[in-house]
Ligand binder design. Structure first.
Ligand SMILES: [Zn+2]
Ligand SMILES: [Zn+2]
Length: 346
């Protein structure tokens, strides 16, 4: 089968590989029907994910059809349409039982697919701990609608959940890239009094205005004063930082009112400074970390009910044989691209 492979630093290639097979009784083999490219894939390419192993198949955002299951897999069967979770987790360790599945203590726990074990920019993928890693797609939900459930939508859902949003809140979301928009879709369901999206790209601010007309948008330069004005409380009640740019961490806590919750979703390239003497008395609560992607069934239900729709994020389609071109367009943000959808076979 064809598999897009991490050959070495700065080099990915579509190569011919053997079909994956069941290696453990908890595995499933999934025929990929649609995959996407994530910024994290670019981080592997450019060497900022040191634990990524050369030779592995890239890709951790995908949906497909179950082809085979190990003997201990009961909740899905061959023929089921499924989303694949970015995280591998055992479901049994202390952290998994608490719902902190990102911290699963299994050797493959956390983000392994398309990083340390073969991922899904391929025709087939082996999914370990398939009962945790796969979720059935309702019949009325399309592959396009379900494509982001296992990664960026799970991230947005988790971020909205841990931010403890109430109806009286003004919520600021920094960054309207793909994960920012997924976060917005999930914050929207919490019905806060106001949502403000701060985004530097005019194109992406326009995207938010088109798809979420009731949401307020601002630029990073006007963010602090605009948020103060809109909240009437000296800043936002809840801030979700999804941008991960050089100065967006400071923007996040500076835009927050005293006693606010600041949720850091972004992954930074460099260490960030928390100037505690300057913020003494502001009494902020910071929540940081990587997604606990264990709400995928609930997200699929919300999609099925028409309450979440991330299909507008898919701006480009490619076949797996054209994946080099898909990466070129995605990486260089050409032609208004937000997310690409890659089809392994017609
Ligand atoms: Zn990702
Ligand atoms: Zn675990």
């Amino acid at each position: 089968m064809k598999a897009y492979t991490y050959i070495e630093h700065e080099r990915f290639e579509l190569v011919e590989k053997r079909m994956p097979s069941i290696q453990d009784s908890k595995d499933a083999i999934v025929r990929v029907t649609l995959a996407s490219i994530c910024t994290s894939d670019l981080h592997i390419k450019h060497g900022s994910v040191p634990r990524a192993l050369p030779g592995i198949t890239i890709g951790h955002e995908m949906v497909g059809v179950v082809e085979k299951v190990g003997e201990d897999v009961h909740i899905v069967k061959p023929g089921d349409r499924v989303t694949v979770n970015v995280e591998t987790y055992c479901g049994e360790c202390f952290f998994c039982r608490k719902g902190y599945v990102n911290n699963c203590t299994d050797p493959d726990g956390g983000w392994s697919l398309g990083c340390r074990i073969d991922g899904g920019q391929a025709e087939y993928v082996r999914v370990p701990y398939a009962e945790q890693g796969l979720n059935k797609i309702p019949d009325s939900v399309t592959d396009e609608q379900a494509l982001f459930v296992g990664d960026i939508l799970a991230t947005g859902f988790w971020a909205a959940r841990i931010s403890e949003i109430s109806p009286d809140d003004t919520v600021l979301i920094i960054g309207a890239g793909p994960t920012g928009v997924c976060t917005l879709a999930c914050v929207f369901l919490k019905n806060p009094k106001k949502i403000i999206v701060c985004e530097k790209s005019e194109e992406r601010r326009a995207f938010v205005k088109t798809h979420y007309p009731s949401v307020l948008v601002c630029t990073p330069e006007e963010c602090i004063s605009f948020t103060q004005e809109q909240s009437g409380r000296g800043g936002a009640d809840r801030v979700l930082e999804v941008a991960g740019a050089d100065d967006t961490f400071s923007l996040a806590y500076e835009s927050a009112r005293p006693n606010a919750i600041v949720t850091i979703v972004a992954l930074y390239d460099k260490p960030q400074i928390l100037p505690l003497p300057d913020m003494y008395g502001k009494n902020l609560t910071f929540k940081t970390g990587g997604v606990d992607g264990c709400d995928c069934d609930e997200i699929l239900t919300l999609i099925d009910q028409g309450l979440i729709d991330t299909t507008p994020l898919i701006t480009h389609h490619f076949s797996l044989s054209d994946i080099d071109e898909a990466y070129r367009v995605f990486e260089n943000k050409l032609d208004g691209v937000i997310k690409v959808a890659i089809k392994p076979a017609e």
